[in-house]
Design a protein around this ligand. Structure first.
Ligand SMILES: [Zn+2]
Length: 90
């Protein structure tokens, strides 16, 4: 079994909380790196999004789920350190 992550390496959502159990790779197998909201059939669902854009989306989602605003900042500040965004760094 390949290395699996606890959190989606794109949005930071805990993978065990993903209803689909993770995104899918190009060959249809489960991704252990990205969640189903970010990654499907080997492709990012929002391929051109910036890390700031992702943080905004995740914050909005968390508030929708009833999380207080100050906690969403805490939750999203780790997003730039996730694998997807590291690859884009110069
Ligand atoms: Zn994700």
């Amino acid at each position: 079994m390949s290395t699996s992550h606890k959190k989606c390496q794109s949005c930071g959502m805990p993978l065990k909380r993903d209803a689909q159990g993770g995104g899918t790779n190009a060959d249809g197998s489960k991704s252990t790196t990205y969640c189903s909201h970010c990654y499907e059939r080997g492709k990012f669902l929002q391929p051109d999004i910036s890390v700031q854009g992702m943080q905004t989306i995740v914050r909005r989602k968390l508030v929708e789920f009833g999380m207080p605003g100050f906690l969403t900042g805490f939750f999203t500040k780790g997003i730039p350190r996730l694998e997807r965004w590291q690859q884009q760094a110069k």
